[in-house]
Design a protein around this ligand. Structure first.
Ligand code: PT1
Length: 297
């Protein structure tokens, strides 16, 4: 179950990404309030203390590419728990110059982490090949905007909105509910003519879920394979890792790699992470263990 040709590759812009080998999506935050890198790569103009400019942002993208990232995910809205909404204009101002600069300078697939239809369309126009939407095209006009383009789409599950999503989190069966939600979003895409071959699924670790819910989702990740689409997993530096280790955000690398190994073993095709070097190593060890990589000696 869950094994077919379309699931093993995905078209992102001009390139076909082979997902028979797991790939890394490197996180490039262009927000002044990112939870883990503190906005150190913010490219905008309005918040003086965080301003470091486009060159630093580009250097970070280049570094992730050199470390083995296949996709760079550019995000202008912080969606971590408690984060405040950003205006459409502000989001566009943060994200679009970075998309344009990376498309012009780097040979890498570009993803944009956005729920805003106007930002989606403009980003695709500038060279983005994947729209990573934590609201699974739930905003008015998002499905329609993407029906007119051929970009790949990551549909993620979130309960509520970032500002309040960690309040009163109750599920009867979190895995079943997340699968039902994603199935409904796949159907919504198909109805508008967005083909399955364009879709990636993500359980949405940390989005309106307790640590116990997140670990149940990870434990039962294989169940998502029944949907027959590539699975993306993002646990990098998240509080679920802190819940199990007691570590602060800047000390969660080992915990994230441990969780990543489990995710790889249970069907994750794309790992979204801040830590590209270490995640590529984890993938290579996973491949060596599973016998899909030739090793010396
Ligand atoms: C994700 C993801 C994302 N995560 C996709 N996009 C974030 N497709 C942003 C915490 O609990 O997993 N998949 N875009 C970042 N969101 C969070 C959520 C950051 C929770 C931190 C936490 O610490």
């Amino acid at each position: 179950m869950g094994t077919n040709v379309s699931e093993l590759s995905i078209k992102v812009g001009d390139r076909i990404i082979d997902l028979s080998v797991p790939k890394v999506m490197g996180i490039l935050n262009v927000t002044p309030d990112s939870f883990s890198d503190g906005g150190q790569f913010h490219a905008g103009e309005e918040s003086g203390v965080f301003r470091v400019g486009l060159d630093k942002t580009l250097a970070h993208a280049q570094e992730m590419l050199a470390a083995g990232a296949s996709i760079i995910d550019i995000g202008g809205e912080s969606t971590r728990p408690g984060a405040q909404a950003v205006s459409e204009q502000e989001e566009a101002d943060r994200v679009l110059p970075v998309v344009e600069a990376i498309a012009a300078r780097l040979d890498v697939a570009i993803s944009v982490d956005t729920s805003t239809p106007s930002v989606m369309s403009a980003a695709i126009e500038l060279g983005a090949g994947l729209i990573n939407d934590v609201r699974a095209l739930g905003r008015a006009g998002a499905l329609e905007a993407l029906a007119q383009q051929d970009a790949a789409i990551c549909l993620m599950h979130m309960r509520g909105q970032p500002e309040t999503m960690q309040k009163d989190v109750v599920y009867s069966d979190v895995v079943e509910e997340v699968i039902a939600f994603l199935s409904a979003r796949i159907e919504a895409c198909l109805e508008l003519g967005i083909g399955r071959e364009r879709l990636i699924l993500d359980p949405g670790f940390g989005f309106g879920k307790t640590a116990a819910h997140n670990y149940q989702l990870l434990r039962e990740l294989s169940r998502f394979q029944s949907l027959g689409l590539p699975i993306l997993v993002g646990v990098s530096r998240k509080s679920m890792l802190g819940a199990a280790t007691g570590r602060d955000v800047d000390m969660r690398l080992a915990a994230g790699i441990a969780a990543t190994m489990f995710a790889l073993q249970h069907g994750a095709a794309i790992i979204r992470t801040h830590d590209v070097v270490q995640t590529v190593d984890a993938i290579n060890i996973y491949r060596a263990i599973s016998g899909t990589q030739i090793t010396q000696g």
